[in-house]
Design a protein around this ligand. Structure first.
Ligand SMILES: [Fe+2]
Ligand SMILES: [Fe+2]
Length: 472
């Protein structure tokens, strides 16, 4: 099962050859996908050789193969993690039943919505990032951007495979719609808000891969638990790709933060901007912006949808099988901060209704850990500044906390205070313009833009001055 068939027009490890109807349907979708990639994928660079990894096997060890590939020739395909024999459903109301190999009729609409919502984020991020190649701070970063982009393209394939295989005509129509919506478009926007935000500078790109791709990790991990086995196996393999995206975001931010601290220490007035860097307060504002948008992606704090997804054994908690001993989540509660009469107070919420919030907890913990690491890096330069993770209530546009204004500490504030303080908390037009002004491409092997520290090591043990993208 692990080995991937690269002889077929659509690389796969799902024996696509055995299902001619499905194969033909996907082969009809393939040229539309490639057209979308040409129109909405990376702007320029399509004829360049890029040092990319390609999956050779979907099992646990050594699935990656590195070589120069022109992006349109990347072998996008359908890779599922290996099936576990006799897998049974391990949470929700269907505990103990054999895992579903076909879509249960009563959950058809719900599952389709889950898959379409996930699928929509994949091409959206490629669209958001399409012009970043023109301002890459190094060839190493340029290559990482393109690796993320081709894999998001493959994630779209993963969801389209599920739609085509299991949802008939409706699924095929949804697959077409996934290529028709456009990030940020007024008439046909992408489904989720964070995926309609422009991502036109590299600080935003690293925030995006740190925070939005990390939401992706949490969503995929909870879907990897699904009672619908093909969805679970698809998501399990996607998670291995997602890990690299988060690595790009985490290390990218860390390198900007290091450089910011270094320049702050060097400048007599402690002003990183005076030496052409991005200052730490600006980095904090970008973190606040992207993290708060990404917290919205988890959905409402109290959610009957989330309760249904869990109850129907469609979407588990993060690490449901490994981290929990009780898997029905019935008769249990979670204490939640709610707003009553304009004040924060605590209430007990049935655990199933709080599943989105449970997922958000783990995500915020990971963000906390990263910020702690970054603060250690700042301290190494003797700079007195600490980055923080804004409170989960800050700057929310969806859910329980979107009805009031909160400061980054999570306290309710009035509109006048918000208006006065907002320039300290979120990137202003001049902050964005400053960051944009630094975005000048560096395409010389081994060289890195002034506002970011060099990476600690190359990709696949290649040296730093390796030509990760070839320009001749
Ligand atoms: Fe993805
Ligand atoms: Fe990703």
């Amino acid at each position: 099962m692990g080995a991937i068939d690269y002889q077929s027009r659509i690389p796969n490890n799902v024996r696509l050859d055995d299902d001619k109807r499905l194969q033909r349907a996907l082969e009809r979708w393939q040229p539309d996908y490639l057209r979308w990639w040409q129109d909405m994928g990376p702007d320029g660079f399509q004829t360049k050789d890029v040092y990319l990894r390609t999956a050779i096997s979907a099992d646990k060890d050594g699935w990656a193969h590195f070589d120069y590939v022109k992006m349109p020739d990347y072998r996008w395909g359908i890779f599922l993690a290996e099936a576990e024999p006799d897998r049974t459903i391990h949470f929700g109301d269907h505990i103990g039943e054999p895992a579903w190999q076909e879509v249960p009729g009563e959950y058809r609409t719900m599952l389709r919505r889950i898959i379409v919502t996930q699928g929509d984020t994949e091409p959206a991020s490629v669209e958001q990032q399409r012009r970043l190649g023109q301002t890459a701070p190094s060839l190493y970063d340029l290559r990482n951007l393109f690796q993320v982009n081709v894999e998001e393209g493959r994630h779209l394939w993963a969801m389209v495979y599920l739609l085509h295989s299991y949802f008939g005509k409706e699924g095929r129509d949804e697959a077409d719609e996934l290529l028709a919506r456009r990030s940020g478009d007024a008439d046909k926007p992408r489904i989720l808000d964070a995926f309609n935000q422009p991502c036109t500078d590299w600080l935003s790109f690293f925030c995006f891969t740190m925070f939005a791709d990390r939401d992706g990790k949490y969503q995929l991990a909870s879907l990897a638990e699904s009672g619908f086995d093909p969805l679970g196996r698809t998501c399990r393999f996607m998670l291995t790709e997602e890990a690299h995206h988060m690595f790009v975001g985490d290390t990218g931010l860390e390198r900007i933060i290091r450089r910011a601290a270094e320049l702050t220490a060097q400048d007599p007035n402690g002003d990183a901007r005076a030496l052409g860097g991005i200052d730490l307060p600006t980095i904090q504002k970008f973190i606040n912006f992207w993290l708060s948008y990404c917290l919205d992606l988890f959905g409402s704090e109290i959610s009957t949808n989330a309760a249904d997804y869990f109850g129907h054994s469609l979407k588990g908690r993060f690490g449901e099988a490994k981290r929990y001993t009780e898997h029905t989540a019935l008769g249990q509660h979670r204490t939640m901060d709610v707003i009553r009469d304009g004040k924060l107070t605590q209430e007990d919420v049935a655990l199933r209704l709080a599943m989105n919030e449970e997922l958000r907890d783990g995500y915020i913990d990971e963000c906390d850990n990263a910020v702690r690491r970054w603060n250690k890096a700042i301290a190494e330069y003797g700079v007195n500044f600490e980055l923080t993770v804004p409170n989960r209530r800050f700057h929310r546009r969806q859910g329980l906390y979107s009805t009031h204004l909160f400061n980054p500490q999570g306290e309710i504030i009035d509109a006048a205070t918000w208006d006065r303080r907002m320039p300290d908390w979120l990137p202003s037009e001049s902050d964005k313009a400053y960051v944009r002004s630094l975005m000048q491409p560096v395409y010389e092997p081994g060289k890195v833009a002034n506002w970011i520290a060099p990476p600690r090591r190359g990709i696949n043990d290649q040296p730093m001055d390796f030509a990760y993208v070839r320009f001749d």
